[in-house]
Every structure is written in C-alpha cells, then in structure tokens.
Design a protein around this ligand. Structure first.
Ligand code: NAI
Length: 220
C-alpha cells in the first residue's frame, strides 16, 4: 500500500467510499462494479479506479469490487482498526454535540476524557465520559497517554493550549476552534473544521446554479 505517495485529495475521498461501502454491505450487496459505484457516488468510474489503484487496485476485471473486502481494506488504509485515545477540550454546546452525536469507536477513536475551565461543569459526565478541570490536562496526559485532541474552545485559547497538548504527546487535532493550527506544526496532523466554509461553498454552488443553464458544478 503506497500510502506515503498518495495525495491528500484521494485520502479525503476515502471516508466517503468507506461510508458508501458500509451502507452497501449492510444492505446485503456482495459485489459492485466501478460503474455502479460511480453512479451512486456521483464520481466517474475512472476516478474511482484511479483512486483505488493508488492502494493497489482491489478490483477484478469483469467482477468489480467485493464490497466487504474493499470496505475492510479502506478501513485498514484509514487506520480505523487501531483505537486512539482521545480527549476533548471545551465541554460547551459544540463539545457536547460532538460527544453525543459522533460514533468515535466506529472510527477508531476512544474518548477518554473531556476538559473545561468552567467549574460548574467539572465532574459531569456526557455519554459516560467525565469532564475534568483543564488544569488537570498535563497530569491526565502523562497518566493516560491520549494522542488525539478535539478542540471545541474559542480561538483565543487554542494556540497556547495546543502547545501544552503537543508537549504532552498529542499527535493529532480535530480542531473546531477558529484558530488555524496547521500553520504552527509540520509534524502534527491537524484537521481544521469550519462549518462556515462548507456553507460558503454551498452559497457559491447555489449562486452558480442560479447564473448558469448547465447546473451547479459537480461535487468531486
Ligand atoms: P460554548 O461557549 O458553549 O463552549 C465553549 C466551552 O469552552 C465553554 O464551556 C468554556 O468554558 C470552554 N473553554 C473556554 N476556554 C477554555 C480553555 N482554555 N480550556 C478549556 N475549556 C475552555 O461555545 P460553543 O458553541 O461550544 O463553541 C465553541 C467554539 O467553537 C467557539 O469558539 C465557536 O466559535 C467555535 N465553533 C466552531 C465551529 C466550526 O465550524 N469550526 C462551529 C461552531 C462553533
């Protein structure tokens, strides 16, 4: 699996393949052609073949793809088989929503603690996970060795907190704060999430649709 050479744009499509394949497998579909898969996903068949060829193919001429096998391969590529200890900082509206609605374990993450500066929240449990005082973060990290942090805190707090977290072994951030952490670290994986960016893309696409006879540009 030549993962090191694969472009991030291909990697970014993998969770979508994974989701579609899981739904197909749950619906009892055993195999699928790249043509069928492309119709369901709104990608071209050649795009799908190109993407999957980056990892060695998986398809067979005249057979297509074995849904379960491909699903399992993509799970492996995404590293979903390994459980990564995760902490969440900022147990406010967003932190609670993320905790309650995200199936972490299905994606290879184990949420082991939440942290907040608000004394009123300390000791509360959300989805069975306890909220601790933020002053306990360093000690908690030394004891439990989480490698992933989810930041649901205001922008102003993110930069300094990230430094502390990196110095205590955090290797990846799922960053909802509006501070762009990726600019500070080369050796740390950062996924900045901006729901507003997604909304702006929707705005662009609707605008294009309104101003063109050909319809909105296809999602890639
Ligand atoms: P909120 O005010 O309900 O929750 C924020 C929580 O963070 C509070 O409980 C607060 O006590 C805690 N906090 C503040 N500083 C902290 C620190 N240094 N250490 C630990 N905890 C700390 O706010 P909400 O609605 O949950 O939003 C959180 C942040 O996420 C906001 O800054 C907001 O702008 C951002 N946001 C980002 C989105 C995105 O798409 N990236 C979408 C929605 C919100």
């Amino acid at each position: 699996m030549a993962k090191g050479n694969v472009s991030l744009s291909v990697i970014r499509r993998l969770p979508r393949y994974h989701r579609f394949l899981r739904e197909l497998a749950e619906g009892g579909v055993v195999r699928i052609s790249s043509g069928d898969l492309s119709k369901r996903m709104g990608l071209t068949a050649s795009q799908i073949r190109q993407d999957l060829n980056c990892f060695g193919g998986f398809g067979q001429q005249g057979y297509g793809y074995n849904v379960k096998a491909l699903y399992e391969e993509i799970s492996k590529i995404l590293g979903l088989g390994i459980s990564r200890k995760t902490i969440l900082i900022g147990a406010g509206n967003l932190g609670r929503a993320v905790t309650q609605h995200m199936d972490f374990s299905a994606r290879g993450f184990e949420l082991i603690g939440m942290f907040d500066v608000n004394p009123e929240l300390i000791g509360e449990k959300i989805g069975g996970v306890e909220i601790y005082d933020s002053s306990y973060i360093a000690e908690f990290c030394e004891k439990h060795h989480p490698t992933i942090a989810i930041l649901c805190i205001p922008k102003e707090a993110a930069k300094e907190l990230a430094k502390v977290l990196v110095s205590h072994g955090i290797k990846g951030f799922w960053n909802f704060s509006h501070y762009d952490l990726a600019i500070d670290y080369d050796d740390i994986a950062v996924e900045n999430v901006h729901l507003g960016d997604s909304l702006s893309i929707l705005c662009y696409r609707v605008h294009e649709l309104e101003n063109s006879d050909e319809g909105a540009p296809a999602e890639k």
